[in-house]
Design a protein around this ligand. Structure first.
Ligand SMILES: Nc1ncnc2c1ncn2[C@@H]1O[C@H](COP(=O)(O)OP(=O)(O)OP(=O)(O)O)[C@@H](O)[C@H]1O
Ligand SMILES: [Mg+2]
Length: 337
């Protein structure tokens, strides 16, 4: 078994000893050997990570990376061991959001070691390979897929309770490669915003999950309503001019506090889409400029304001995700014929 995997024997040869392969054969065999080793490593990694959650959306910019980092940090706050795998190799944003944008890839004895962000969350991102964040990386198909497999098979995650996998938008090669490479994926969380164009794309994502045979954990509606709080006279009516001049009414309480929610991108579409497809609705996250600041500063909202309304909403969503995972997500898997 200790013999080199690249020695071969030519049955047509009358020489009894092994025949050296051609350089081409040798290269092919080395590649096969590396592939086989990587496959075994992926199986091993699959066993060491209890839960694997894919975060996808049909449309770009709806908040996948914000949700991925939020899920990871929220789970870490509960005391779990968590990792984030940033599969968005053309536009990797997770390191910036986790305050790790100056980190470079750390390789030791052929294994890639993740960076550690807030609350000990481990992060692997293609951004760690880039010398210059402003230079776009153009990946051709097979190279991209090879890089993704390497990022799954060659990373030393150690034991993890949860691995959150953040994807680029759309239904492309990346989720397919990951779902074929990593065993026992719990399922897919689909992020949408409530406006019709995003919902249309998220419907495609749900169908896509079915074609990958990956269970749908559920749908999260992000940027769902922007709440303004104010103070006025006690028990009085308040009227605010919302988007498009629409009047929104509220009443202050006995202390004069009031709040008004503006439906910037409408509301409720995520829930109705989930209902249409018979998949769970995991909850809504408010529109909150604090998410933008947090993403830019590398300190997520749920770290900087753990008691705030957005953090509370996040905690509810995380609870719903955990409930779905523990109640056999396979029941919500869609089979596309
Ligand atoms: N609930 C929210 N309220 C306000 N801003 C938000 C919210 N969620 C995300 N954002 C902001 O929207 C922008 C896009 O978010 P994010 O990068 O998480 O989206 P994405 O779906 O990962 O994008 P991409 O498709 O490019 O990967 C960011 O600036 C982020 O801070
Ligand atoms: Mg993103």
């Amino acid at each position: 078994m200790a013999e080199s995997p690249i020695t071969t024997h030519d049955p047509k040869s009358d020489a009894s000893g092994p025949v050296q392969p051609s350089p081409q054969q040798q290269k092919q065999m080395e590649q096969n050997y590396a592939q086989m080793k990587r496959k075994m490593s992926m199986q091993e990694i699959g066993r060491k990570i209890k839960h694997k959650i894919m975060v996808l959306s049909g449309k770009g910019g709806v908040g996948k990376s914000t949700v991925s980092t939020g899920l990871a940090l929220s789970l870490a706050q509960q005391g779990h061991k968590v990792g984030i795998l940033d599969i968005d190799i053309t536009g990797p944003n997770i390191p910036k959001m986790m305050g790790l944008d100056n980190h470079r890839l750390h390789v030791e004895e052929g294994r890639i070691h993740p960076a550690k962000g807030h609350l000990g969350v481990k992060v692997i991102s293609m951004a760690f390979l880039l010398d210059d964040a402003d230079t776009p990386v153009v990946w051709r198909g097979p190279i991209k897929l090879g890089a993704i497999q390497q990022f799954i098979g060659d990373v030393e995650w150690g034991e993890l309770d949860y691995l959150i996998i953040d994807f680029p938008p759309g239904t492309s090669d990346e989720p397919l490669t990951v779902s074929q490479s990593l065993p026992d994926i719990d399922g897919m969380v689909i992020v949408t915003t409530p406006q019709a164009v995003a919902l249309l794309d998220s419907r495609k994502s749900i169908t896509f999950a079915g074609s990958l045979k990956v269970p749908v954990i559920g749908v999260i509606e992000n940027m769902s309503g922007y709440t303004i709080n104010g103070v006025t006279a006690a028990n009085s009516s308040v009227e605010i001019a919302g988007p498009g001049g629409k009047k929104i009414k509220s009443t202050s309480d006995e202390n004069g506090n009031f709040s008004v929610t503006l439906d910037i991108f409408k509301q409720g579409g995520g829930k109705s889409t989930a209902e249409d497809f018979g998949v769970p609705f995991l909850g809504a996250l408010p529109f909150d400029p604090g998410f933008v600041r947090g993403g830019d500063d590398g300190v997520h909202r749920i770290i900087s304001d753990p008691e705030g309304a957005s953090s509370v909403a996040f905690a509810e969503v995380v609870k719903a995700v955990q409930a779905q995972i523990s109640s056999e997500t396979s029941s919500s898997s869609l089979e596309i014929i």
